[in-house]
Write a new protein. Structure first.
Length: 273
């Protein structure tokens, strides 16, 4: 299957999966390789034959949907976002909680892939915030549609290249083991509750003080689905709660009750504080 054939297949199939082809443009290599392997497994000669298979066998759409999940991630991705959370936004939230006699910060990582994002937040909380807020607790749920990725997240072991943006002293404390694929220490894994959920149809109930929804909904979902998902995300934020999206993403047009919370960074606050 050539790149052109794959592009034409994705352009045809994406709307039927409530996705947008434009989101795959730069990362299509990963998806096209998977589709190519699927064609070989099915004994199909080209993308046209696979398209016919999709039209003849509706169950194959679920297979294609799984093949279209992009799994690029790493620890402390978009470091400036995590720094503003650590230095300003989360301390303000923890101060507010403490003033009300509360101690638990509730957070959700949506589309968590292999766990790099929620584990980053766990490490940040325990090493960057708990010393300033003794007694504070983090309740963190992480969701993804892919059972295989969640199994890797539960294992909690990563190549050292995935840790390169994590502050060095944090990486040494959180990943104390030797080797090329060290495992996260248990105390940072206990704070995370992983659930298999497809963001298009399922979400944890909340409410949350912080929701990380980065490089999933607002990159790959079709615009009508983006609006549906955003409305449901906002409904799960506490008043003043924070929504973080990807650095190259933008929110769909419309009044969703959000305002920027960190200048030009992709962090938004629910406005009915």
């Amino acid at each position: 299957m050539t790149d052109r054939e794959c592009v034409e297949l994705l352009q045809w199939a994406a709307p039927r999966l409530r996705l947008r082809w434009e989101g795959f443009r730069r990362v299509r290599g990963q998806v096209c390789k998977r589709i190519g392997r699927r064609l070989k497994a099915l004994g199909l000669p080209d993308a046209g034959a696979y398209r016919a298979r999709l039209e003849a066998e509706p169950s194959e759409w679920d297979v294609l949907d799984a093949l279209c999940r992009v799994t690029i991630s790493r620890f402390y991705r978009d470091a400036r976002v995590f720094e503003v959370l650590r230095q300003d936004l989360l301390p303000a939230r923890l101060e507010s909680l403490r003033s009300r006699g509360e101690a638990t910060l509730r957070a959700w990582s949506a589309g968590c892939a292999s766990g790099e994002e929620p584990y980053t937040l766990s490490v940040l909380f325990q090493l960057g915030l708990e010393p300033r807020f003794p007694g504070a607790r983090l309740a963190l749920v992480a969701t993804d549609a892919d059972a295989g990725l969640l199994a890797r997240a539960a294992r909690g072991c990563y190549p050292r290249g995935a840790l390169r943006e994590l502050p060095r002293d944090w990486a040494e404390r959180a990943f104390p083991g030797p080797g090329d694929e060290p495992c996260l220490a248990p105390e940072y894994r206990r704070a995370v509750d992983f659930l298999q959920q497809d963001l298009r149809s399922q979400m944890p109930d909340g409410p949350f003080h912080l929701v990380l929804c980065r490089n999933v909904a607002f990159t790959y979902f079709a615009p009508p689905l983006q609006r549906e998902v955003l409305s449901r995300l906002v409904s799960r934020l506490v008043p003043g709660g924070l929504l973080v999206i990807g650095g190259h993403e933008s929110l769909p047009e419309g009044d969703f009750g959000l305002t920027r919370a960190a200048g030009s960074l992709p962090v938004f606050a629910r406005t009915d504080a």
